[in-house]
Ligand binder design. Structure first.
Ligand SMILES: NC(=O)C1=CN([C@@H]2O[C@H](COP(=O)(O)OP(=O)(O)OC[C@H]3O[C@@H](n4cnc5c(N)ncnc54)[C@H](OP(=O)(O)O)[C@@H]3O)[C@@H](O)[C@H]2O)C=CC1
Ligand SMILES: Nc1nc(=O)c2c([nH]1)NC[C@@H]1CN(c3ccc(C(=O)N[C@@H](CCC(=O)O)C(=O)O)cc3)C=[N+]21
Length: 285
């Protein structure tokens, strides 16, 4: 029988360190600040926004949300972004993704100032994740996964890690971070043949497909560590992950719960990245 490994102790430990760092910055007259750019009012964006604002307040980081209409035109969006890029009071920028159809993400991603790009939208930061260069910003959710593995002393070197999902927000970057820690990494997606066969070889299984409870006990190797990134809403309107936790508990050695797992650490990493961005911009790093 495995144990549930919760996000809260990980988030609490990150926040304790951050509070001290923020105090020190403030004593030097520096006030780290996050600006969130939201287009429209997608429920998952709003859920993340609420959590992010709460965490920033908790650790003493300033925050503002620029809420733009869902049908905003490209030129107008670019004007807003350039305003935030050149705003000396803003150190970190989070743009909720995906952006609506009418906006050209492939053009916009190059425009966000790389030093303020705390969730890895700009290809300059994506390249650093590929290279294992820690001077940039990896996206917050994959970093939260790594913080959880570190906190619970999960050995990665030489282990088989299987990632289910290949998005730029979660799957691909988390695979690169696991590779940097010397895991042997397999990335699965919707065209993977025999997903169950591949997943059941994993010592560490990271589920980020966005499909409620798709991972059943046959997908789990005995003793595996299972990290459930999915945030889905079930038939009863409750949050649930990609993993059928109850079923998988028998085989796994550790599983992160949903809610209360990766999602609860993501906003603390976001806060950590704002502080790092502030230090970089003030030549303190
Ligand atoms: N905990 C947190 O803080 C966060 C949680 N999330 C959650 O994580 C999940 C993933 O998010 P995101 O990466 O943005 O989602 P995307 O929809 O962008 O990507 C999903 C990925 O999963 C793959 N996939 C989908 N269905 C299957 C399947 N049946 N078998 C194998 N692979 C499959 C897709 O494959 P293909 O590429 O072939 O289409 C795709 O690569 C969501 O539930 C989201 O809500 C997201 C961000 C933060
Ligand atoms: N650039 C970008 N990066 C993202 O990471 C990103 C995004 N855009 N767009 C939207 C999705 C969705 N997402 C969520 C994160 C946490 C909760 C969430 O519910 N968090 C709870 C905790 C949930 C739990 O306990 O597991 C909280 O913070 O209190 C929801 C949704 C991030 N996303």
């Amino acid at each position: 029988m495995g144990t549930l490994i919760k996000g809260k102790p990980v988030a609490d430990s990150l926040k304790e360190d951050l509070k001290a760092e923020v105090e020190e910055l403030k004593s030097k007259g520096l006030y780290p600040k996050l600006t969130i750019i939201r287009v429209g009012a997608d429920p998952s964006d709003l859920a993340y926004e609420r959590g992010a604002l709460k965490t920033m307040e908790n650790v003493g980081i300033g925050a503002q949300v620029i809420a733009l209409p869902g049908n905003i035109a490209q030129e107008e969006f670019v004007r807003v972004l350039q305003g935030v890029n050149s705003d000396g009071d803003t150190h970190g920028i989070l743009i909720f993704r995906p952006l609506p159809q009418q906006l050209d993400s492939n053009a916009i991603k190059y425009l966000i100032d790389a030093e303020k790009d705390i969730d890895c939208f700009n290809p300059a930061n994506v390249a650093k994740v590929m290279e294992g260069d820690e001077t940039g910003f990896a996206p917050c959710t994959p970093t939260a996964v790594m913080e959880i593995l570190k906190h619970y002393n999960v050995e990665l070197k030489g282990k088989n890690a299987v990632v289910i999902g290949r998005s730029m927000v979660v799957g691909k970057p988390v695979a690169m971070l696991l590779l940097k820690e010397h895991a042997t990494v397999t990335i699965c997606h919707s065209r993977t043949k025999d997903l169950q066969g591949v997943a059941s070889k994993a010592d560490i299984l990271v589920a980020c497909a966005g499909k409620a409870k798709m991972i059943k006990s046959e997908y789990i190797k005995n003793g595996a560590v299972v990290i459930d990134v999915g945030i889905n809403v079930n038939e009863n309107g409750e949050l649930c992950g990609d993993v059928d936790t109850e079923e998988c508990m028998d085989r796994a050695s550790m599983i992160t719960p949903v809610p209360g797992g990766v999602g609860s650490v993501t906003t603390s990493v976001l806060a950590k990245h704002v502080v790092k961005a502030c230090k970089i911009q003030k030549d303190l790093l």
